[in-house]
Design a protein around this ligand. Structure first.
Ligand SMILES: Nc1ncnc2c1ncn2[C@@H]1O[C@H](COP(=O)(O)OP(=O)(O)OP(=O)(O)O)[C@@H](O)[C@H]1O
Ligand SMILES: [Mg+2]
Length: 432
């Protein structure tokens, strides 16, 4: 078999030896059989399928290890170049957006993990994009055109867990009025996304572990075992290592699930990305709501750049949509949700008041970045005012490359046409 000739890591040799032995058993069964009945043929076919899957898994794993070691030192590439490199390799982002080094690193790991069948565990706070990342992994893998089945382990009552995951036979319990497929069966040949895996009760963990080990399931109430081939991606906002130390999560299951372990950073650790996310979701909201792109007062912007975002990207996205929907020409503090809105000084309106900005930046680095962002933004706005919104002219005056300038304007969500004076024309199709 060609695949066995591939150079594999030394550690895989034992597994390949085991496989060759199984193939020999199959061959001699066939060689010495004078007659085979249907059930024996089915059994041999099942064994052959399992064997093929095991070989595929080993070859995927070998390829993965190779890919992981063959990459050039990524830290030498700039962020833009790394993003471009992902694009050039036809990586599907599935809407994932951002240019923070930690996010890029997560995407690069996802890219390498996607074509393998290795289990992936994604953790991170609520709203950091775990589910999105699971979809990215599925979309970039060989199973992309096969089912992607999502299960929220925290939302299934204990007594229905087994039936939900593995299905049941008619009459297996009160209410089982017909045979029913479970999520694992539905995900056969595709991906099963086990969301909130940290909420799975211990009894469910044991059953899941058994499936991971044997690749077989049994519908509740049935004696028949079925082979399932589902790639597992699990997610949690809990610390599974700590839970397993506390005896609340099986350690062996943790290791089985976390062959590839991806941690998504909270937004407060990637604050440099916030202006880009404003621009991205602002444009998205404008399109959906059929409104002009969001413009924020300076004090609202300062507030949002410093805000801690406990709900991470989901919260930022919701805030941008809310502001886009509720604000008129310019969004201000009063358009924020009440529970996060800072106290407005009596009678204060418009954009001048900045004294009620809450929360000091979390670190000196953040403070520097925010100050530098503010200065950059003020510089661009002042410059555009002076040149009547003509980007080409501002680029010339500042001795800057025009496309770099356009990128900066996009980053800050600044639209050059808002600064245009009557009759002025940019001479380019740039409109931001
Ligand atoms: N990098 C990103 N680029 C664009 N959108 C993102 C990104 N990360 C998250 N989002 C968006 O933020 C929202 C929350 O993401 P998602 O549901 O994947 O988070 P989660 O970590 O699974 O959250 P929870 O723990 O609450 O289930 C979604 O609308 C998603 O599309
Ligand atoms: Mg989720």
């Amino acid at each position: 078999m060609k695949i066995l000739d591939q150079d594999v890591e030394v550690g895989s040799a034992i597994s390949f030896g085991g496989l060759i032995e199984k193939i020999e058993i199959l061959r001699s069964t066939l060689r010495w059989a004078s007659k085979l009945d249907r059930s024996e043929i089915d059994k041999l076919l099942r064994q052959a399928n399992t064997l093929r899957d095991e070989v595929m898994q080993l070859s995927h794993k070998a390829r993965f290890v190779k890919a992981a070691t063959a990459e050039p030192a990524l830290e030498n590439l700039s962020i833009g170049a790394r993003r471009q490199a992902l694009l050039a390799r036809s990586f599907l982002f599935e809407g994932a957006f951002g240019d923070n080094p930690k996010l890029l690193e997560a995407l690069e790991i996802a890219e390498k993990a996607a074509p393998t069948d290795l289990p992936v565990l994604i953790d991170g706070e609520s709203g950091t994009g775990k589910e999105l990342m699971a979809k990215v992994i599925h979309a970039n893998g060989a199973r992309a055109d096969k089912p992607y089945i999502s299960v929220n382990c925290g939302a299934i009552p204990d007594n229905l867990l087994e039936s939900e995951l593995f299905g049941h036979k008619k009459g297996a319990f009160t209410g089982a009025v017909a045979d029913r497929k479970g999520k694992f069966e539905s995900a056969h040949r595709g991906t099963i996304f086990l969301d909130e895996i940290g909420e799975l009760p211990l009894a469910g963990q044991v059953k899941l572990l058994r499936v991971l080990e044997s690749h077989e399931i049994q519908r509740v109430g049935s004696d028949e075992t079925m082979v399932v081939d589902a790639r597992i991606v699990a997610a949690t906002n809990r610390n599974l290592r700590r839970l397993s130390e506390e005896g609340k999560f099986r350690e062996d299951l943790f290791y089985r699930l976390s062959v590839i372990h991806l941690t998504l950073p909270p937004l407060r650790q990637r604050k440099d990305e916030i202006p880009l996310l404003f621009a991205f979701f602002g444009d998205e909201a404008a399109e959906i709501l059929k409104k002009r792109p969001l413009k924020m007062s300076p004090r609202l912007r300062t507030f949002l750049l410093n805000y801690a975002y406990p709900g991470n990207i989901r919260e930022l996205r919701n805030i941008v949509y809310r502001l886009s929907c509720l604000s008129g020409e310019i969004a201000d503090l009063e358009h924020l949700p009440e529970d996060i809105r800072p106290g407005l000084p009596r009678g204060a309106t418009g954009s001048a008041a900045t004294e009620d900005v809450p929360d000091a930046p979390v670190s000196l680095g953040d403070a520097r970045r925010i100050a530098s962002d503010d200065a950059e933004r003020a510089f661009l706005e002042r410059g555009l005012t002076e040149v009547g919104g003509t980007v080409a002219e501002l680029a010339r005056r500042c001795d800057m490359n025009r496309s770099h300038l356009q990128m900066l304007l996009k980053k800050h969500g600044i639209h050059s046409k808002d600064f245009r004076t009557k009759g002025a024309s940019d001479g380019s199709q740039e409109t931001r």
